[in-house]
Design a protein around this ligand. Structure first.
Ligand code: NAP
Length: 296
């Protein structure tokens, strides 16, 4: 498993396991979550993606209970996010769904994430969404301050456009080290709309969320693409999942897919994509089939 250096001090596994869907699983016991983490570790997938809001603000606590039991904290890099307030769970009394990137909220959210996950540091904190009401000076200040306090090792963004990223960065001493955005064979607009190019220009790696389009690549309307992925899988002795993820790994932008399956058997083969090397024409064949047209 390759590793991607996001700073002088921190590196992440090239493939990351995400826990957005953790509470959709019928089994959320610490021992079962530990089995999922062990399956990742066996493949040298050491980075876990979380967010305060996952599972209606409950996923971090479930993960933390597993960490307490299995003692794996030091074998992992923990990524978590903050900034979205949805009127559920601990925020059920909010009148509207909104974003809060104030220093008080970010600071309180990090404190709670640390407590719930039974850890005293977060490897990478991301602002979950660009906030149209953000005071960049205040937000930048608190992110720097959390790094200085040692509560967070690195900070980054999620779903930011380049102007959001540049604005926040302009108010910070530390570097924003990544942007986590949606990328998959289907959600591929980022390759031409500037999102990927901006990160490449900044020499920064990208985290790709929903790299299988949340399972949509297996569903209705994508049969032609799936048949191509199956054919390529036969040729490469892999699976459609392996090919779809290898398509992201093949791109020169240092993309780290954040995979979200709850199935233990699928988790056990998350690293399979690393054995597939797609050539340029295969990359375009997938791209053009997904888009339903040739490049001009
Ligand atoms: N920053 C953000 O705003 C943001 C947004 C969304 C997600 N994320 C992160 O990205 C992670 C991954 O997102 P995701 O879960 O949407 O990723 P994904 O890996 O694209 O999709 C996972 C979904 O696909 C299904 N799936 C996987 N393999 C399948 C197969 N062979 N056949 C049928 N269905 C299959 C899974 O079902 P099974 O569980 O049954 O395998 C699961 O429902 C999240 O956990 C989270 O950490 C971040």
């Amino acid at each position: 498993m390759d590793r991607i250096k996001i700073s002088d001090d921190v590196s992440l596994s090239r493939i990351i396991y995400g826990m957005w869907r953790l509470t959709d699983d019928s089994n959320t016991s610490p021992s079962y979550i530990s089995q999922k983490i062990e399956a990742c570790l066996e493949q040298k997938i050491t980075t876990i993606d979380q967010a305060d809001i996952y599972g209606g603000y409950e996923a971090e606590e479930l993960f933390g209970a597993a960490l307490k039991e299995n003692g794996y904290r030091d074998k992992l890099e923990i990524v978590t996010k903050c900034g979205i307030i949805a009127p559920v769970g601990r925020f059920k009394n909010s009148r509207v769904k909104h974003y809060n990137t104030s220093k008080e909220h970010i600071s309180q959210s990090v404190e709670l994430s640390l407590k719930l996950m039974n850890t005293d540091y977060i490897d990478l904190l991301l602002l979950h969404r660009p906030d149209p009401f953000m005071n960049a000076e205040e937000t930048g200040y608190i992110l720097d301050s959390l790094i200085e306090q040692g509560k967070v090792r690195e900070v980054g963004a999620s779903n930011f456009k380049h102007h959001d990223f540049s604005l926040l960065q302009s108010h910070m001493n530390n570097n924003l080290v990544t942007n986590q955005i949606e990328i998959s064979v289907i959600a591929n607009q980022c390759f031409v709309n500037g999102d990927v190019a901006f990160m490449q220009e900044r020499r920064l790696p990208i985290m790709a969320w929903s790299p299988l389009a949340g399972g949509k690549i297996f569903g209705k309307g994508n049969e032609k693409l799936m048949n191509l992925l199956k054919d390529m899988a036969k040729f490469h002795n892999s699976t459609p999942t392996g090919i779809a993820i290898a398509w992201l790994l093949a791109h020169p932008a240092n993309i780290m897919p954040v995979m979200g399956t709850n199935s233990l058997s699928r988790i056990k083969s998350l690293a399979d994509a690393c054995n597939v090397n797609l050539d340029m024409q295969s990359w375009f064949e997938i791209y053009e089939t997904a888009n339903g047209q040739e490049v001009p």
